[in-house]
Design a protein around this ligand. Structure first.
Ligand SMILES: O=C(O)C(=O)C[C@]1(C(=O)O)C=C[C@@H](O)C=C1
Length: 431
């Protein structure tokens, strides 16, 4: 069986170091720092509504708002994530934690973050081949490649656009960056994968749901149809290895095993396609979408290579504020709780739903992370300091339903910790 080479999703160069500063503590930035945007650039088109609202004389008159506006304008100069320009000063790159200063998004289009990591490679030699051990220099090179080309065409981007048509989709280098971006008002929403019908749960996002105080305001299900991509002229038999997101590789396990290809896990499918194209690799392919093939000029050698044709990823829509739960359409509610140790505790906890005929659609147990524990301690909410497992449950009811409220009231009597992550309209498009 071909081997999978796991790679880290967390490059050490991008540690989360952003103190919670307020705009008034930031050095003022003058208008002379602001370079005009070319009216023809893609960036200009994408950010026009935002920039228009940032003009110093737009009538709002408030110094604080102007300062925020200038700060946001500076950010856009530093952070041309939507540019298609080849100009080195306006190269597209994803949002990283370093961009997350405390600025307010006051653009008219909804800004939606999704994870679209620059790929972290084990190593790059001078020909751009992946090899050897990862070093700081390799990271720097990977960052540079990312900065040069930017990455679009990830499934998460399609999900963000499905969830919020006409939104301004903002790529973020890690899941956590997307959570941070919403929390710090840099974007309005995040759309992140939570589970896949073949690969199972995206555990990292379960953990982040607890660590951050964002609310689930919706879900969107996206059919995932993987293709095997390669450069022009390369045939399937030429390919020795294949690059992709670990979830995507797992979803194509049978096909890739049959083909005997070595799997190389990178941080997103589109990044894999871009890497193969950029380095004109002849012996390596990428598992990615047909959109990625079009964007990066790769050939599609095989279509629908996932192990099951019904391959669906469920994404969560996250916001700073919860939505008001309704009863006018099918709603789902997501909760997380912990229990005392003891026989039958989980059985009793889940019985609160069964006895009210409330259907559970998902249950996930996660060992408690130290960071989550810290978050709970910081909020000083009196929850017990040690408990081994957290249970994440989705059920088919709205928090506006009396039965759901009764069930949660009942659960609270036996839970050592309980939080409602969100009550939101169910995506029944693929039911
Ligand atoms: O790499 C991408 O294109 C992603 O959007 C990530 C991701 C995931 O995290 O599961 C999203 C959907 C697919 O299941 C495969 C990969």
């Amino acid at each position: 069986m071909a081997a999978t080479t796991p790679r880290t999703l967390n490059p050490p160069l991008r540690n989360r170091t952003h103190p919670k500063s307020s705009p008034r503590h930031q050095n003022p930035i003058t208008n002379t720092n602001i370079k005009p945007l070319s009216p023809h650039s893609a960036k200009h088109r994408r950010v026009l509504p935002l920039v228009a609202s940032l003009q110093p004389n737009n009538g709002n008159g408030s110094q604080g708002q102007n300062q925020n506006a200038v700060e946001l304008r500076r950010l856009l100069e530093d952070f041309p994530y939507e540019s298609n320009s080849k100009d080195l000063n306006t190269l597209p790159r994803p949002l990283t934690s370093a961009h997350l200063s405390n600025v307010v998004s006051n653009g008219s289009r909804l800004r939606v973050a999704y994870q679209d990591d620059f790929f972290v490679l084990n190593g790059l030699d001078h020909d751009g081949e992946i090899s050897g051990k990862r070093t700081e220099a390799h990271y720097a090179l990977a960052v540079h490649i990312r900065a040069l080309w930017g990455v679009h065409g990830a499934y998460s981007e399609s999900a963000a656009e499905k969830a919020y048509p006409n939104c301004e989709a903002v790529p973020c280098d890690q899941f956590e960056t997307a959570f941070d971006a919403v929390e710090r008002w840099l974007v309005d929403r995040a759309v992140l994968p939570i589970e896949n019908s073949l690969g199972g749960s995206i555990h990292r996002n379960y953990d982040l749901l607890l660590r951050y105080s964002l609310h689930i305001v919706g879900e969107v299900k996206l059919p995932i149809r993987h293709c095997l991509l390669a450069n022009h002229g390369a045939k399937i038999e030429d390919l020795k290895r294949v690059l992709s997101h670990s979830q995507a590789l797992a979803q194509c396990e049978n096909t890739l095993t049959k083909l005997g290809m070595v799997r190389e896990a990178v941080d997103d499918t589109a990044g894999a396609a871009k890497f193969v194209a950029l380095h004109k690799l002849k012996d390596a392919g990428a598992v990615a979408s047909s959109d990625a093939a079009r964007i990066y000029g790769l050939d599609i050698l095989a279509q629908d290579i996932q192990d099951d044709s019904d391959n669906v990823t469920r994404f969560l829509m996250l916001a700073r504020e919860p939505i008001i739960p309704g009863t006018d359409r099918p709603f789902k509610t997501s909760i997380v709780f912990s229990l005392e140790e003891g026989p039958g505790m989980l059985f009793k906890a889940l019985a609160v739903f069964a006895m009210r005929e409330i259907n559970l659609t998902k249950i996930e147990s996660r060992p408690l992370q130290k960071q989550a524990l810290r978050a709970l301690d910081e909020s000083n909410n009196g929850f017990p300091k040690y408990f081994p497992y957290l249970f994440y449950v989705d059920f088919e009811a709205s928090m506006a339903d009396q039965s759901a409220q009764n069930a949660l009231g009942h659960l609270k009597e036996m839970a050592t910790f309980l939080r409602v992550l969100g009550s939101y309209p169910a995506d029944i498009s693929m039911a």
